[in-house]
Design a protein around this ligand. Structure first.
Ligand SMILES: NC(=O)C1=CN([C@@H]2O[C@H](COP(=O)(O)OP(=O)(O)OC[C@H]3O[C@@H](n4cnc5c(N)ncnc54)[C@H](O)[C@@H]3O)[C@@H](O)[C@H]2O)C=CC1
Ligand SMILES: C[N+](C)(C)CC(=O)CC(=O)[O-]
Length: 474
């Protein structure tokens, strides 16, 4: 059954919430007295439809229904989740939450997007609001800080996981929760740097996006500093850079004294958080994450992405072979080329995703590869038959032409939503012993599963295009 979310206040954040729920298959009812709210939400939705599916190698569920209401009660009726996102004014929040509490179903989660108020400040006695503080853009960024009664937070967390978000439940309420306290510190310090003529806003943004901003996005603060302590780890880091906290590096001079107890507490928590990995393991993890993020920034040319593309233009050409996996997905904007359609490389990428998925189906999955067996592709033949465009859905069907011994001969059909055949990819793979990296027979289980597919497909007509040479139009 389709679930319903009510969005009370449809501005920057309410619009983002609406998109997050809607694109994950929920019905969404909006109440916002602003006559411009519908236009604004439609614009947010257009951006969300362009961006959110690109995160996934699988199609999201069909969108729910979006409705607008001139009455708060009508919007809230029957909703499993009611999210308040009205302006950050306590008197207004009080009035709105009184109305929501009266209108909402007894089991509904009632969340407030407030950036700074504590749940106990938000309502009169008896109301059951929790803080569900998201990050802009709500449809893409996963974090939601949950603050309030444990049972309500637990139910909220469950639902947030289902719409692809990452709830973080606070141990106790505090003004501005966790993340905004951190952001406020950086923000305040940045404003001082500008006011004192030390740096421009551009220079401060550069200092963040070319350096520690990249690290923070993939490893946070404490794990990053653990690595910065070298092999001696967090205690060494605290010993080396602790004294600097007393130097006038910052306008925020109220800092805790590094007593042995505090050092042990921080070092102990850091050990519990990451002690299962060596510093080298952490470095590799960090580097892999950074490469992934910077690749993601290449298309827009933002920040570090522009630096990479400029450098790359000056380097000799190298072949690329990064090909992820899908059988049913939406084509991301980033796959569009200068001809305004999906670039030819991504047809092959989609076919590789189909091959990987098929390997999982016959038991040649990640565990099998880790145990020493895999398939290597030895030949591909792509026929480009129709243009595919960003936002369109592509489904791949896989036919086994032969599957015996070391050989796996597959035929992928790439189909558009209306059934148009957009491409075929005929691909020949050989089973390989990963230790010797030479061809070798697959395990009995994999051979059996592949054989069953081959047998089931044996009676199907030979697909048009099989075995053709380039230029042959058979
Ligand atoms: N903008 C941001 O970066 C973030 C904001 N927040 C929080 O989200 C909440 C909303 O902020 P924004 O979306 O930025 O504000 P906004 O000004 O963009 O949107 C507020 C919306 O509430 C509507 N509204 C006003 N009175 C209303 C009422 N009585 N009933 C229903 N709707 C009403 C307004 O017409 C407007 O569309 C605030 O509590 C803010 O602290 C949370 C995370 C990030
Ligand atoms: C500026 N802000 C306090 C409203 C920011 C937030 O609350 C979270 C965000 O998206 O940065």
């Amino acid at each position: 059954m389709t679930r319903k979310a009510a969005i009370i206040g449809g501005g920057v954040i309410g619009g983002g919430w609406a998109a997050r729920f809607l694109l994950n298959g929920w019905d969404v009812a909006v109440f916002d007295p602003d006559p411009e709210a519908r236009r604004k939400i439609d614009e947010v939705l257009a951006n969300a439809r362009r961006a959110l599916p690109a995160l996934y190698d699988k199609a999201l569920p069909p969108e729910g229904n979006l409705s607008y209401h001139s009455d708060l009660h009508a919007a809230v009726a029957g909703a499993l989740w009611v999210q308040e996102s009205v302006p950050e004014r306590l008197d207004l929040k009080h009035r709105v939450h009184d109305a929501i509490t009266r209108a909402a179903d007894a089991e509904a989660v009632i969340g407030s997007s407030t950036s700074g108020f504590r749940p106990s400040q938000l309502t009169a006695e008896g109301a059951r609001v929790i803080v569900a503080h998201p990050f802009n853009p709500v449809y893409l960024l996963p974090l939601v800080e949950l603050v309030g009664e444990a049972g309500h937070c637990a139910r909220a967390a469950e639902m947030l996981h289902e719409i692809g978000m990452s709830p973080l439940t606070l141990r106790k309420e505090i003004d501005a929760h966790i993340a905004d306290r951190l952001l406020e510190a950086v923000w305040r310090e940045s404003l001082w740097l500008v006011k004192d003529g030390i740096a421009t806003t551009e220079e401060i943004d550069e200092a963040i996006r070319m350096g520690f901003g990249l690290r923070w996005a993939q490893m946070g603060l404490f794990e990053t500093y653990r690595i910065a302590g070298g092999e001696a780890g967090m205690k060494h880091f605290l010993a080396q850079f602790g004294p600097a906290l007393q130097w006038p590096w910052t306008k925020l001079m109220d800092v805790p004294e590094f007593t042995p107890e505090l050092v042990d507490l921080i070092a102990g928590q850091s050990e519990a958080q990451s002690g299962h990995l060596s510093i080298r393991d952490l470095e590799r993890l960090r580097d892999d994450n950074l490469v992934g993020m910077m690749r993601a920034l290449r298309k827009s040319g933002s920040g570090a992405g522009g630096t990479i593309t400029a450098h790359e233009a000056a380097l000799p050409d190298a072949a690329s072979a990064d090909l992820p996996v899908t059988v049913d997905r939406v084509i991301p904007q980033s796959w569009t080329d200068y001809n305004g359609h999906m670039n030819e490389a991504h047809y092959v990428e989609v076919s590789c995703q189909a091959t990987d998925r098929f390997m999982e189906m016959i038991g040649a999955d990640a565990a099998y590869v880790a145990a020493g067996g895999s398939y290597f592709t030895v030949e591909n033949h792509v026929r480009y038959l129709a243009e595919m465009r960003a936002g369109g859905r592509v489904t791949v069907t896989t036919q086994v032409l032969a599957g015996a011994g070391k050989k796996m001969h597959l035929f992928h059909r790439l189909l558009m939503a209306d059934g148009t055949l957009a491409a075929t990819v005929e691909t020949l793979l050989l089973h390989v012993d990963m230790a010797t990296r030479r061809s070798a027979p697959p395990s009995t289980e994999v051979a059996g599963a592949l054989g069953r597919f081959a047998e089931a497909h044996a009676g199907l007509p030979k697909p048009k295009g099989v075995g053709l040479a380039v230029g042959h139009r058979g």
